[in-house]
Design a protein around this ligand. Structure first.
Ligand code: GDP
Ligand code: IMO
Ligand code: MG
Length: 429
């Protein structure tokens, strides 16, 4: 296979970073196509933990080319921090990092608007990462966004910036009653200084990527966030502001959907969610606490405790459908090692009736009652297990149950954060 994509199937943090890192060994290019530094993708190598926010999770593989696509929103300061971190740990980026000149920029006013909007929403807040993601995409859709390419012409950049700063000042002052702490001059000079340090990586990634795919190069698309956080098919409005399912690959990388050959979904063996929004299988009890403690479920970007609950197969079935998944990777199986019984949600009930489809509105999703099937736990350590046949029978039964319910094969199972704590069942490439 020459082009494969990996996307989250739940509400994020499924372990995409670990799986992308593993698959990067066989890729020529690893491509982020949406989102920004709201993502936190963890890669653990020889016990060292790296959390990537903007750089693709293949960056730690020497020689592999990494691309930040046109669909991303980029905070230059965040990008530079990651680049400098890579330099400090001896990772060379020259000739292997490509940043789309079409990508939109996140400015300080986007972060302030993010905070101001959340404050005004009060209890109805989304619980964003406060990285300015929503406001930056809002400017993109409103056709007033500033793209990396605009920085090539400082005069024009200044004009666009002036207009934006004026608009944002008025909005913060009169809509949000929120203090303004930015100015045109400060943003202008800081941005151009940052740009000088990253400009060698900036190019027309759309032409580059299409050319390389046509030459037969192996490309791995790395989704950030996940299907249920997708702006169109996720649990709106408790979503992020990009198409974070496979639906965003084409628009966010400038590559036709005809060129993406396989799409794999990453699913945790249970479910987590950070921020607000409906979560039918959430456990606000000791069981949920045990999942959080065993899975170290604290946000990679914000440090917030993640909400935890049982695996929701009814929601996953929806993800399988919209992404047309070719296969699944089940992560964090080891977190379930301690449970006598494991529940999985196999349907949603409203007023005693089973729903046929995953709800389109958050309001409806709030009202559902999850219907569970209880499976026996295995109470044995799975982290050291290297092949499917050596897993405890109950764990195999759990995996088979998932496959049968979803009608999609499991290609890989992850049993710990390290690269070698992985059971490969079929090759994803
Ligand atoms: P991502 O956003 O999808 O890349 O996921 P995160 O990196 O935010 O969160 C996943 C967390 O689980 C990270 O701390 C990983 O190191 C860790 N992890 C990944 N796979 C496994 C696994 O199979 N078992 C355990 N125990 N931890 C894992
Ligand atoms: P990765 O790639 C989990 C959530 C936020 C909030 C909502 C909107 O590591 O899986 P935003 O800042 O994007 O406007 O926030 O989306 N969110 C994530 N949750 N993992 C992520 O990324 C997330 N990125 C955003 O918590 O609920
Ligand atoms: Mg994460």
């Amino acid at each position: 296979m020459a082009t494969v994509a990996v996307v989250g199937t739940q509400w994020g943090d499924e372990g995409k970073g670990k799986i992308v890192d593993i698959l990067s060994q066989n890729a020529d290019y690893i491509v982020r196509f949406q989102g920004g530094n709201n993502a936190g993708h963890t890669v653990v190598i020889d016990g060292n933990k790296y959390i990537l926010h903007l750089l693709p999770s293949g960056i730690l593989h020497e020689g592999k080319k990494c691309l930040l696509g046109n669909g991303m929103v980029i905070d230059l300061e965040g990008l530079l921090n990651e680049i400098e971190f890579m330099k400090r740990v001896g990772v060379k980026l020259e000739g292997r990092l490509f940043v789309s000149e079409r990508a939109h920029l996140i400015f300080p006013y986007h972060k302030e608007l993010d905070a101001a909007s959340e404050r005004l929403k009060g209890d109805g807040k989304v619980g964003t990462t406060l990285k300015g993601i929503g406001p930056a995409y809002k400017d993109k859709a409103g056709r007033v966004g500033i793209r990396i390419a605009d920085l090539e012409d400082p005069e024009e950049f200044k004009e666009k910036l002036k207009w934006n700063v004026r608009e944002k000042e008025l909005t913060l002052k009169y809509v949000y009653n929120y203090p303004v702490s930015f100015s045109v001059d400060k943003i202008y000079s800081t941005t151009l200084k940052l740009y000088e340090k990253v400009k060698d990586f900036v190019c027309d990634t759309v032409s580059l990527l299409n050319r390389e795919i046509d030459l037969g190069k192996k490309v791995l698309f790395e989704g950030a966030q996940a299907t249920l956080l997708d702006i169109d098919v996720g649990t709106y409005p408790f979503v992020t502001s990009s198409n974070s399912s496979a639906l965003g690959i084409a628009s966010g990388s400038g590559v036709s959907p005809k060129k993406v050959e396989k799409v794999y979904g990453i699913a945790k063996a249970y479910t987590t969610r950070v921020g607000s929004g409906p979560f039918p299988t959430e456990l606000k009890d000791k069981v949920g606490e045990l999942l959080r403690a065993r899975g170290h479920e604290f946000g990679s970007t914000t440090g917030r405790p993640r909400r935890c609950g049982w695996l929701d197969l009814f929601a996953l079935k929806f993800s399988v459908m919209v992404n047309d998944l070719d296969g699944l990777v089940i992560t964090k199986l080891d977190v379930l090692d301690a449970f006598d019984q494991i529940k999985v949600c196999v349907g949603y009930e409203v007023n005693g009736e089973l729903l046929e489809n995953f709800p389109s509105t958050a309001k409806e999703l709030e009202r559902v009652r999850p219907v569970y099937e209880t499976l026996p736990g295995w109470r044995k350590e799975t982290t050291k297990v290297k092949s499917l046949k050596d897993l405890p029978p109950e764990a195999k039964n759990f995996l088979r149950f998932i496959e049968d319910y979803l009608g999609v094969p499991i290609y890989m199972v992850s049993t710990g954060p390290q690269r070698d704590e992985t059971i490969e069942i079929k090759s994803l490439w």
